[in-house]
Design a protein around this ligand. Structure first.
Ligand code: SAM
Length: 280
């Protein structure tokens, strides 16, 4: 095959390219390749990646965004699960000095290894089946990268942006909005991908908060409590706290309320009461 790469942002050329390299996309690995240059640029621009940044790309696929990232960032680490793609990219970008390619599963990545003095920005057209899991892992306040800019299913974006008391407000909302200011950059039509995904897509940008939204004595308690509570979202807090092992008659919020009604400040207050009760 020639060492000249076609424009991988046009459907016909991506099809030819895939057939040239003998590759058929895997559904289970969520291989819906971005074939729209405007959307690629929109994600790169929204990410704010610049020459001082360490970019981490999850699922580089055919390398369409990776190329743009290498031009903008100080260094790019790309994590690709599919060894066929990882090997292919390794060859294709063998001359590039600011790329580290890891053939690994981003759901098993040790994100602690990515905490750096240089700002770390995560960019991805996420594999949808594991997208929310990866985002949840990244939003650990002790590790959280300064920004995350991702393409994901619109319904996951809706969940992250949901307001308290709505049906979509849940564990992902609390976890992500505790660490990040979240904005939807835009919704993206299916014809921007090859093959098109069966669900709606959105680009979302998350910028790490400079300050926690409320004071919490022990974030681990907040995480454990909210994780537990949202498995029982129809129950009242009083009964949830009892089964969590920290029964209370009164709390900093009305305990007849349900977990989906608590805003971040109220979650922090409840968590502080629980960690206080643990100590007592
Ligand atoms: N970035 C490319 C693009 O925009 O065209 C590909 C995006 S495609 C939606 C998702 C990519 O994530 C695929 O390359 C897929 O092989 C990879 N992938 C799937 N599961 C993964 C995982 N657990 N860890 C890392 N990469 C994964």
């Amino acid at each position: 095959m020639e060492d000249v790469y076609p424009c991988l942002t046009r459907s016909r050329e991506v099809r030819h390219y895939l057939s040239d390299i003998g590759f058929s996309p895997s559904k289970s690995m969520g291989q819906n390749f971005l074939i729209d240059a405007n959307m690629r640029d929109l994600i790169l621009d929204a990410s704010g990646v610049g020459s001082e940044d360490m970019a981490v790309e999850i699922g580089p696929g055919l390398g369409v965004m990776t190329e743009g990232l290498m031009e903008r960032a100080k260094h790019v680490t790309a994590i690709e699960l599919d060894f066929r793609l990882a090997e292919h990219l390794q060859q294709r970008f063998s001359e590039r000095r600011n790329l580290t390619l890891l053939n690994q599963d981003a759901t098993k990545t040790d994100w602690e290894a990515f905490v750096r003095p240089d700002p770390v920005r995560v960019i991805s057209n996420l594999p949808y089946s594991v997208g929310s899991r990866i985002l949840y892992d990244l939003a650990d306040p002790a590790l959280a990268p300064v920004s995350i800019t991702v393409m994901l299913q619109s319904d996951v974006a809706d969940r992250m942006l949901a307001a308290p008391a709505s049906d979509l407000y849940g564990l992902l909302t609390v976890r992500m909005s505790w660490a990040y200011e979240i904005s939807r950059v835009r919704n993206v039509p299916g014809n921007c991908f090859l093959p098109p995904p069966r669900v709606g897509s959105s680009v979302v940008h998350l910028e790490r908060r400079t300050q926690a939204p409320a004071e919490v004595n022990d974030y681990a308690t907040l995480e454990k409590l909210s994780r537990f509570a949202f498995t029982k979202r129809r129950k009242q807090l009083k009964s949830i706290l009892k089964s969590f092992g920290t029964p209370m008659d009164d709390g900093p919020v009305d305990l007849t309320r349900r977990p989906e009604t608590l805003n971040l400040e109220e979650w922090a207050a409840l968590s502080n009461a629980v960690s206080g009760a643990d100590k007592g």
